[in-house]
Structures are given as structure tokens and as C-alpha cells.
Design a protein around this ligand. Structure first.
Ligand SMILES: [Zn+2]
Length: 463
């Protein structure tokens, strides 16, 4: 029997993978285990790309990234060579779950959900914006004066771990714990002191700690050393997260639906594909001069009159085509565009590692995976080695394979499946599901709270 719930709490753990939370460590996470053992759970299929901003945005709007016009952490703004710019809350052009609920008179409290910077007004509720906030001198709460309460309760709120890709491991570790402790404390403060209906918080620490420490715990990682001092860092942090959840659950009444979700998963990074090196080798890209040292690709470095395709770095790859009458110095005639895309797809799907083994690269045409492509989509979206390899944008490597990320230390890449747990409405038994998608979250919560689901939402209600 499905019981209608009056209130909902969503705990978001950025990048939490089902392999660790459900299968490897569940027995050591008693509070999460309690939710899993008495609720609906399963891996949650993320968006393509499986990247924080489009994934959370897609979750809270039940709209695909193409329709949102959000193709990653950064987007192309014009058909020129000026590079990409960061997305923010203004990129979202449809109502979020909290917009819908607060218009229905439900009081909503939003903490750290990407992308909510700059914070937008909520007609009935509060917001603390996300990791995109440049610093606390910017307005990071709605209403602005809420920051005094946030700062007082948390004793110095932390938006994100700065420099989580640098080598100062102790700093990363200490700041992550401090940030998480403050965020859960703030959430509990609101839970206890406000008359709320919907509260959603996203903890970034899980993502930061995985990127910084994955190679210390995963014995398949080339950098792994048995018995190293950081071997249990990720495990210990998940136990700590479980404690924080355990400290919060007793504050929630019987009438509260509880969700634990992540935006995507994580996996070991096998290496990087220097995509612009590959494009040079295969005659698609021409540089003005080949650099003597590793150099970020730039407008000045590319010979645009002889370049057909260039690529961007990141957890996944994006290829941009230099199309005649579209880009300023475009050379690909429009009638050859599709042929060239198919040629590249075939070649990239055949990408090999240094040993000559195929790495299972997946390539997507945006218009085939999205119902609509707002703003400027990449011409091709690429999962090198199905996300086991990241995209390296820089040149000067003299090889197409890289062991390390070129923009800072990183052991982990994103993975396509995150986690989903929903507790409190299925008569307290465990049900594992294999058909859950990130866009199902919002319609499901609206359904359980007795709110009509807008027609344009793409997800299904999880029954
Ligand atoms: Zn994320």
C-alpha cells in the first residue's frame, strides 16, 4: 500500500556509486542499510553526460540536459572559438521541484544542490547555494539575510573543498570532514526549527574525497600501495556520512518520505585520451605550431583554416566541428557534416589503449539522445572507454595516452549509475529495482506528496 506523505527529505551524496554503497560497504553503514532494508533501492541511471550540473538539474526538473541546454559543467555560448563558459542556476529554464512545491504552499529548504548559484528567490522557503558559488562575499543564500543564521549555526559554512585536485591530502581530508559536519548540522537545524515540507541537501564531500583518494584504496589502480596511510579514507568517510544520516533520521517523523540519491557514480580512472593529439594524428586538426611542452589547446594555437574538428577535456569528451558558414573560419561543407560525424564515430569506437586493446568508447549524437538541443550542443559527445578514460584537451604530449589528468591530480572518473533509496512508503520491506532513472525522482516525490505532475516531465513515477 502506498501511503501519501506530507513531508520529504532528500539526502544527495554527489558521485556516490552503487558498487561501494550497496554492494561493498552496506554492512558497515547501519543507517543507510536500515533505509535500504526497508525501502525501494537500486542503481540510478544518470544523464549523458554523467556530470554534476546537468545530472542534478535533470533530477530536480525531470528534464533532459538537451532541453535544459546544459551539456556539462561548461557550455559553448557562441559558434566561435572563444571556448566554454560555466553554467549556473540561470541556465535552468524550467521549474524545479522546489519551485513547484513552494508555489503550492509547501515550505522548501534547499542546501547545496547544484546548480543553484546564483540563488534564485523561492516563494516559500530558503536556499543555500552550491559549490559553484565563487566565495562567501557573493550572495549565497536566499533570502540574503539567511546567511547570518547559516554562518552562526555552522560556525563558518564551507561551500566546497578548494583545490581538491592538489596534492595537499591532509588539507583535503580535514576540509571535507569539516564541510560535511557543518552542512549536516545546518540541515538538522532547519529540520528542528522550521515548519518545512520539503528539504533537499547535497553533500559534495563524497565526490571530492573520491577524486582525491580513489587510487589509495582501489587495488587495481596503478598508484595503489597496500597498507598506505590513506587506504581507508573513502571507507571511513562513508561511515562518517552514515553517522551523520543516523543523527538526522531520529528528527524525522513517520510522515516523512526519505530519499538518498546520487547524481552519478564513480570509477577508477584508467588514464586519459589526449583527444587533440589523436585529431592531429588523424588529420582532423592542425596547429599553428606544435608546442615543446604540454600546453592547453587555445584559439591562438589552432590553424582554423585547416582544422575540421577540435576537442575539449573533462571527465567525458566533447568534439566541436569547424563548419562552413557556422564557425568564423569553418571549412566543413554542411553536406559533409553527417558523413564526417559517422566517420569519427567509427574511428573513436575503435580507440585502443597502449597495448592495442579496444577500450569500449561510446559516442553520442546529441539529437539522438535528447528530445531537443537548446543552446549550443557539442557536435559529438564521447565516453572514452565508457568513462574509464578521461578526455585530455591539452597538446604537446607526443602521444595520445596520458597516465595523469592534465588539470590536476585525479584518480577517479564519473560513472553512469548513481544510487537511489526511498524509505517510508512501501510497508517497510526491501525492494531492489533495476529500472530507475534520474528523471524519475521529481515525479515520484510530487506523486507521494499529492502534487500534480507537470505534463512536460520526462521521468516516471516509481511505483
Ligand atoms: Zn556529481
Amino acid at each position: 500500500m502506498i501511503l501519501s506523505k506530507r513531508k520529504t527529505v532528500i539526502f544527495g551524496l554527489d558521485s556516490a556509486p552503487p558498487e561501494l554503497v550497496f554492494y561493498k560497504w552496506l554492512d558497515y553503514l547501519p543507517n543507510i542499510k536500515h533505509l535500504v532494508s526497508n525501502g525501494i533501492f537500486g542503481k540510478l541511471e544518470s544523464t549523458i553526460p554523467a556530470i554534476t550540473c546537468p545530472a542534478w538539474a535533470s533530477m530536480v526538473t525531470s528534464t533532459n540536459p538537451g532541453k535544459l541546454g546544459m551539456y556539462g559543467f561548461r557550455n559553448r555560448n557562441h559558434y566561435n572559438y572563444e571556448g566554454l563558459s560555466f553554467v549556473d542556476s540561470n541556465t535552468i529554464n524550467v521549474e524545479t521541484i522546489w519551485d513547484i512545491l513552494s508555489k503550492q504552499g509547501k515550505k522548501t529548504i534547499i542546501i547545496g544542490v547544484p546548480p543553484t548559484y546564483p540563488p534564485k528567490p523561492i516563494c516559500n522557503g530558503y536556499m543555500v547555494s552550491c559549490f559553484l558559488t565563487p566565495d562567501k562575499n557573493c550572495q549565497y543564500t536566499y533570502p540574503d539575510k539567511l546567511k547570518y543564521e547559516v554562518e552562526k549555526v555552522s560556525d563558518g559554512y564551507i561551500l566546497d573543498v578548494s583545490n581538491f585536485r592538489n596534492e595537499a591530502k591532509e588539507h583535503i581530508l580535514n576540509t571535507t570532514y569539516e564541510m560535511t559536519r557543518k552542512r549536516f548540522k545546518l540541515a538538522r537545524h532547519f529540520i528542528q526549527n522550521e515548519d518545512w515540507d520539503f528539504l533537499m541537501m547535497v553533500e559534495m564531500g563524497t565526490d571530492r574525497i573520491q577524486h582525491a583518494f580513489w587510487g589509495f584504496f582501489d587495488n587495481r589502480h596503478p598508484r595503489y600501495l597496500q597498507g598506505n596511510k590513506y587506504e581507508n579514507v573513502i571507507f571511513d568517510y562513508y561511515k562518517y556520512i552514515d553517522d551523520e544520516i543516523g543523527n538526522t533520521l531520529p528528527l524525522l517523523d513517520e510522515n516523512t518520505l526519505i530519499l538518498l540519491v546520487s547524481d552519478h557514480g564513480a570509477k577508477m580512472m584508467e588514464g586519459g585520451i589526449c583527444i587533440n593529439e589523436w585529431l592531429i594524428n588523424n588529420g582532423y586538426l592542425k596547429l599553428v605550431h606544435y608546442p615543446d611542452e604540454v600546453t592547453q589547446i587555445s584559439k591562438q594555437l589552432i590553424d582554423w583554416n585547416k582544422t575540421m574538428v577540435w576537442g575539449e577535456g573533462g571527465y567525458y569528451g566533447r568534439l566541436f566541428f569547424n563548419v562552413k558558414d557556422r564557425e568564423p573560419s569553418g571549412i566543413i561543407p554542411k553536406q559533409n557534416y553527417e558523413y564526417l560525424r559517422n566517420e569519427l564515430i567509427a574511428a573513436l569506437e575503435d580507440l585502443r589503449d597502449e597495448k592495442g586493446q579496444k577500450i569500449n568508447t561510446k559516442v553520442f549524437k546529441p539529437e539522438e539522445i535528447y528530445t531537443e538541443c537548446r543552446n549550443i550542443p557539442p557536435d559529438l559527445i564521447v565516453y572514452y572507454g565508457d568513462l574509464s578514460w578521461r578526455s585530455i584537451g591539452s597538446v604537446g604530449h607526443n602521444t595520445i595516452w596520458a597516465d595523469e589528468n592534465d588539470t590536476g591530480y585525479d584518480d577517479a572518473n564519473h560513472a553512469q549509475y548513481g544510487i537511489f533509496v526511498m524509505y517510508g512508503d512501501n510497508g517497510y520491506h526491501s525492494e531492489r529495482r533495476d529500472d530507475l532513472r534520474i528523471m524519475d525522482v521529481t515525479p515520484t516525490v510530487l506523486d507521494r506528496m499529492g502534487i500534480d505532475i507537470p505534463w512536460y516531465m520526462e521521468g516516471s513515477v516509481i511505483k
